[in-house]
Design a protein around this ligand. Sequence first.
Ligand code: 3BY
Ligand code: FES
Ligand code: FE
Length: 423
Amino acid sequence: MNQNDLLNMRYATIEDARTAMAKYLEERPANYSLEAPLYNDPMMFRVDMEEVFQKEWLFVGMTSEIPNRGDYFTVEIGQNPVLVVRDADGSVNAFHNTCRHRGSRVCLEHRGKVANLVCPYHQWTYDLKGNLLFAGTEMGESFDKSKHGLKKAFCKTAGGFIFVCLGKEEPQSDFDEFLATLEEYMAPYDVENTKLAVESNMYEKANWKLVIENNRECYHCAGSHPELLNTILEWDDTNDPRAPQDFLDHYHDLAAQWDAEGIPHEHKSFGPGKRNRIVRMPLKKGTKVMTIDGEAGCKKLLGRIQNPMLGSMRILHLPNSWNHMQSDHFIVFRVLPISATESMVTTKWFVHKDAVEGEDYDPARLRQVWDATNDQDRILGEENQRGIASVAYQPGPYSETFEFGVMNFLEWYSDTVQKNLKK
Ligand code: 3BY
Ligand code: FES
Ligand code: FE
């Protein structure tokens, strides 16, 4: 435990933290930031891990990161190592990355390719569906291999997005309805024919909720994001009451083109607190994608796309992802909690799989704007976290016109935790 965690520790037991969490969430005013313990107490963080990250659907990556049989990537969800692998049928499976012998991690690399899953410790060998194939003669004749397969996590894919759930049961929700829409809205991008161009992993000394809160509003954009504001519009969606007439005219021109091309753009949202959202937003007039100058990031457009002016299709998945789908590249974002006061933000840029680095795209140019934006957001999140540690911190009011996205996030969080605490 680091010094901050010690100083922020208020509860002796997890039960005390659960009771306090339920009370805080029940009594919280919807339009105020949360009480400090929910942002920095290590025991409260444990409640978040148990009730949110170990029970709910999480975004982990894209199917095109593991295009072929045996391709895998690993991800750490709190203290839970997880392995996502493509099997011989082309299905994507998620397993707890912990050997059924004595528990070693089985796959050690961030990503890789294997014929079978072989534990490095004593070479127990599993097939790509997690069945234990081989444990050596050392285990004796009575040893039952069929009882020692890798433990599965729930895994669903739609439109190229991979979601996993570590819970004992699948959460009951309208998640499938979102997945069906995601599949339809992502069809033009043909994710299976894309490839990862570049990725970044950023460590931010802020609670995961502060990272998401920051992303859910653009109140801070004018003060912090000059590069992003070359192309992005600060409105949340095309119905945003703040949007002026010239934006609406621009949107209607584009929407007519999108309709003619069969590009879906009607807003969709699902679940409490708009847990999942799909919104196609135009970018600033005259710009194509979120590069520094608004010009193309890649010469090859994605999938069946012909019009470079598709704006950005923003896809939200609470608790841990936001995304920007554009005509020539798309950007996915994943947040993973590390401790009460630290998170990891992974950003990945994808292009058409036939695009050639150096000819069709330059990774440095692709990542420039969001590298700058992520770093600016990191500093905002870290300063937010530090201020919340003050004995003088008290929950402050959100702007209903600029921070309704934050309020929606906390509504989903609060509903979900309260519901799961009762189970
Ligand atoms: O672009 C994003 O992902 C979010 C939404 C609007 C502002 N913010 C930077
Ligand atoms: Fe995996 Fe022994 S711990 S083979
Ligand atoms: Fe920001």
